[in-house]
Each structure stands twice: as structure tokens, then as C-alpha cells.
Ligand binder design. Structure first.
Ligand SMILES: *[C@@H]1O[C@H](CO)[C@@H](O)[C@H](O)[C@H]1NC(C)=O
Ligand SMILES: *[C@@H]1O[C@H](CO)[C@@H](O)[C@H](O)[C@H]1NC(C)=O
Ligand SMILES: *[C@@H]1O[C@H](CO)[C@@H](O)[C@H](O)[C@H]1NC(C)=O
Length: 473
């Protein structure tokens, strides 16, 4: 057990998301996709004002360059950075050797320049969406990178150098594989021809490779916990000796591995879309507000919380949750219309810690809003009295408890239960699990569900600390 813990500790350096004041979930900056394929949404001005003043959301991704939306953000939310999408059909005109640069400059002038001058904080331009599949149109594949180059040039010439250029990819740019991250590579045919030169473009221009990462489209009833950041046995990558307890981490590290195989491991990775629906077809296991909450909260910790992934510890990823609102006019399966994180009256559909705590919150969320919790628990019980702790239930299944340790040590400081630590003795799984389950419960804001651990945890009001072992409260 010890090597695993040590390993997880290294991978999890600086992993704490400290609870925000008021005991909610840790509040991190994050982006959202703001799609508007709905007939019941608030006005763009109300949305922009809400995001800027009431939430820690600091980026939005728009699916077009709708002037009403850009104006709304210019007037009400100049701090929020905006990713603007260009339709797929426009790419060939920018790719043209003779006329492409003029066309790209024209597009930038007509669609961006005035809004940026008025205060819209556009920082990313997305050349089409999922051009490399699942639906492949050969003319668009050929046009994609030349169009990105001309758009980047056009932005420089039009004096908007702060706007970077990228394009969102679906995960199928990876060759089919067994799910072990170190075995990943880009799809043959796209790897050297399209992605290597595109990664060079990203490396040269300082823009991120953007992927849409959807464990939702890969999970089944058996691996649900792995897909939504709940405690699970995980998978082991023998080549890197890394253990993965989340499919999202494994997907990110698969992309990273594939990039490294082409020589571009240093290019930033951005997540264009990732999310989980609250509703799907009747009888579909694993969909609902709790599942959506667990997935999104886990993803935010990885992408914004400074935790990073097993192969990229400590890195952060510019990430856009899919999606801000449910979109009731979208075609397709029920789930497509139910990815929203907010209701149309701006109440959250579930708590993932994105609301600011009262009006005293600082107007600009900092990337590291709260200090790390001290590894030495405070000697005083919480001022509200009535301390609460999470402990392992007596007689709980030892394998499950060991999984809880493996999982929670990805998020919290587990030094105290290692040899030499204050909570090492008694040296048994029950005692070690209690300590880390509590640390996890406290760090996440003491929701009852953070002490569930597949039914092996229980909340108690009596302080389990003993001798040299102080339980955080
Ligand atoms: C990862 O987990 C596997 C199986 O659960 C275990 O055998 C292995 O020792 C773990 N790897 C590390 C590096 O701790
Ligand atoms: C625009 O967004 C960037 C990147 O998120 C941020 O650093 C900058 O402060 C924002 N600009 C304004 C005026 O707030
Ligand atoms: C990426 O860019 C850096 C400079 O920004 C350069 O030193 C490095 O060689 C580039 N990497 C590749 C693989 O082109």
C-alpha cells in the first residue's frame, strides 16, 4: 500500500481544493459553453451580468459570432474571456492561397474588431468544430490548418494579437485503443499529415490543442464510478506505473501521450466541451443531477484546481463545461437537451461550487482562491460548534476502504497515514481509511454525499482524533 500512497502523493502535489468561505465546495474559475438552441433562455445581457457578478465562471464559449451576445458581454462582462466559433463552411475561403488572408482579415473586421473595441474580451477563435470527425468532409480537413494559419495572421494584422486560434477535436482523433493512456496515439493518416503540423502551429503561436472530452459517451453501467470521479479500483498503466481512477484523466493523458509521441508534449491542452446530462432515456443507468454534479465537480478539480492528471500533475487546463443551460430545441436523444448546469432562472441545477459566496466575494476570482488547508489541523473546533467528521463504518468492506484510500489520496494529504506520520498507528486499513475519508470530506465542503464512499462512510459529531492523530474539522 505504501508505494501506491507515495506515488499518489507525488501525482497529487498541491491537489487540495480548500473549502471556500462558508463551507461550500472549493470555488475555481472555469469556462462554460453558452449555447442558445432554446426558446426559454434569459437575455444575453442578463446572462453576461449573472456570470460576471454571481459566479466564478470566467470564460464562455460561443458557437458563433452572434453580435447580440458579443455586445452583451462587452457591456456587462468585460472580465469574462470569450471563445468565438467560426462555422465549418467558412474555412475553405480562408484556406485559399490567393485570397484566404484577405478573406480572414475581412471576417475578423466584420465579426470581431468592433466588439473587441467596445470591451468584449475575445481571447480565442475556434476554426470550425470537430472537422477531423466523427463526420469527415475531406475538403474541410484539407482547409483546416491553412485556415487556422491565415486567421492567426489576420488577427495580428488587425491588431488583435491577444486572440489565439484553435479548433475543437473529438476524441476519435486518437486511434482505437485499450484505454491504457500510454498506448494512445493519434489516428494513423491524421497523425503525421494533420496533427503534427497543427501541433507545430500551436507550439509556435502559443495556442492550445482543444479536445472535447466526454466520458459520458464511453461509460457503461460497470464503469460508471470510473467515469464520474466516484471511488473505484481504477486502471493501472504498466508502462508509466500510474494508476487511473478517472476516465477523464485517462482521456487527457491519452491525448498528452499522443502529442508527446509526435514531439509536442509541451503544447497546452484545452477542453472545449465536457459535461454530463441530468436526464436521458428512461431506464438509462448513471444519468441524473447527482451523477452530473460528481462528474463536473471532479473535472473542475482536475482542470482548474491545480491537481492536474497522473501524467500531467500540477497542470491546469482551460476548460469549458458543456453546458450553461439546457437547450430545449436541440434535436436528438433526450440527453442532448439536458446538459445544463443552471436553470433559466439562474438557480444551479446542482451544487458544483460556482456561485460566489455572498456579495463580499472579490470581483475577480483568482486562479487559486483559497489557501491550501494546513496539513496540521486547527486545534480549535469549528466556531459554529457542532463539529462534523467522516469516518469509515465499523466492519466496512476492506477492499472498498482500500479503494477509498487510493481515491481520496489523489486529492488530500496522506502523509499522516504513512510510516512516521501521526496517524500511521494503528496500522490498519480501517483506521487509515477513516483519516483520509475525513480529510476528503472536509476539503470538499462537508456534504453528506462526500462521506458516502459507496456506503462505507458515516458522518459523526464526535471528534475521532487520538494521541498524535488529529482529524481535520
Ligand atoms: C496500481 O494498482 C495496481 C492494481 O490495483 C497495483 O497492483 C499497483 O501496485 C498500483 N501501482 C502503483 C504504482 O502503486
Ligand atoms: C480578459 O481575459 C483574460 C484571460 O482570461 C484576462 O487575463 C484579462 O484580465 C481579461 N480582461 C479584462 C479586461 O478583464
Ligand atoms: C516549441 O516552441 C519552442 C519555443 O517556443 C521551441 O523551443 C521548441 O523547439 C518547439 N518545439 C517543437 C517540437 O517544435
Amino acid at each position: 500500500m505504501l508505494p501506491l500512497l507515495l506515488h499518489l502523493l507525488l501525482a497529487a502535489a498541491a491537489s487540495h481544493g480548500a473549502a471556500a468561505q462558508g463551507g461550500g465546495l472549493p470555488s475555481f474559475p472555469i469556462g462554460v459553453n453558452y449555447g442558445a438552441n432554446a426558446d426559454n433562455l434569459p437575455s444575453p445581457a442578463a446572462v453576461a451580468t449573472f456570470l460576471a457578478t454571481k459566479t466564478t465562471i470566467n470564460r464562455v464559449k460561443l458557437f458563433d459570432a452572434n453580435p447580440a451576445f458579443l455586445d452583451a458581454f462587452a457591456a456587462n462582462a468585460p472580465s469574462i474571456s470569450i471563445a468565438v466559433s467560426i462555422p465549418n463552411s467558412a474555412l475553405p475561403s480562408f484556406a485559399d492561397k490567393a485570397t484566404g488572408l484577405d478573406a480572414a482579415r475581412g471576417w475578423v473586421r466584420d465579426n470581431l474588431a468592433a466588439h473587441v473595441a467596445n470591451g468584449a474580451n475575445v481571447t480565442l477563435l475556434l476554426a470550425g468544430n470537430e472537422i477531423l470527425g466523427p463526420v469527415v468532409v475531406p475538403d474541410l480537413v484539407v482547409a483546416l490548418l491553412p485556415a487556422m494559419r491565415r486567421l492567426s495572421q489576420a488577427l495580428q494584422l488587425e491588431k488583435l494579437p491577444q486572440v489565439r486560434v484553435t479548433t475543437p477535436h473529438y476524441l476519435g482523433i486518437l486511434a482505437p485503443s485499450d484505454g491504457i493512456p500510454s498506448n494512445a496515439r493519434f489516428r494513423p493518416g491524421f497523425d503525421n499529415k494533420v496533427l503534427a503540423p497543427m501541433l507545430k502551429f500551436h507550439n509556435d503561436t502559443g495556442s492550445p490543442l482543444m479536445v472535447n472530452a466526454y466520458p459520458y459517451f464511453s461509460y457503461n453501467a460497470q464503469n460508471l464510478n470510473y467515469a464520474i470521479f466516484r471511488p473505484n479500483a481504477g486502471i493501472y498503466d504498466p508502462a508509466t506505473k500510474l494508476n487511473y481512477t478517472s476516465m477523464f484523466d485517462a482521456q487527457m493523458d491519452a491525448i498528452y501521450t499522443a502529442m508527446k509521441k509526435l514531439g509536442y508534449g509541451d503544447v497546452q491542452i484545452a477542453v472545449g466541451e465536457a459535461g454530463w446530462p441530468t436526464q436521458a432515456e428512461a431506464g438509462q443507468v448513471g444519468v441524473g443531477p447527482e451523477e452530473a454534479r460528481d462528474f463536473n465537480a471532479g473535472m473542475i478539480r482536475v482542470c482548474s484546481g491545480g491537481k492536474g492528471t497522473p501524467a500531467m500533475p500540477g497542470r491546469t487546463f482551460e476548460t469549458y463545461i458543456f453546458s450553461l443551460f439546457d437547450e430545449n430545441q436541440k434535436p436528438g436523444p433526450i440527453a442532448e437537451r439536458n446538459f445544463g448546469i443552471f436553470n433559466t432562472d439562474f438557480t444551479p441545477k446542482y451544487d458544483i461550487g460556482l456561485l460566489r459566496q455572498g456579495s463580499s466575494a472579490s470581483p475577480n476570482p483568482s486562479p487559486n482562491p483559497s489557501p491550501k488547508p494546513s496539513p496540521n489541523p486547527s486545534p480549535n473546533p469549528s466556531p459554529s460548534g457542532g463539529g462534523k467528521w467522516c469516518v469509515a463504518k465499523t466492519g466496512a468492506d476492506v477492499t472498498t476502504l482500500q479503494n477509498n484510500i487510493n481515491y481520496a489520496c489523489g486529492y488530500v494529504d496522506c502523509k499522516p497515514i504513512q510510516s512516521g506520520g501521526g496517524c500511521f498507528d494503528p496500522n490498519n486499513v480501517q483506521s487509515h481509511a477513516s483519516f483520509v475519508m475525513n480529510a476528503y470530506y472536509q476539503a470538499n465542503g462537508r456534504h453528506d454525499y462526500d462521506c458516502d464512499f459507496k456506503g462505507t462512510g458515516m458522518v459523526t459529531s464526535s471528534d475521532p482524533s487520538y494521541g498524535s492523530c488529529k482529524y481535520v474539522s
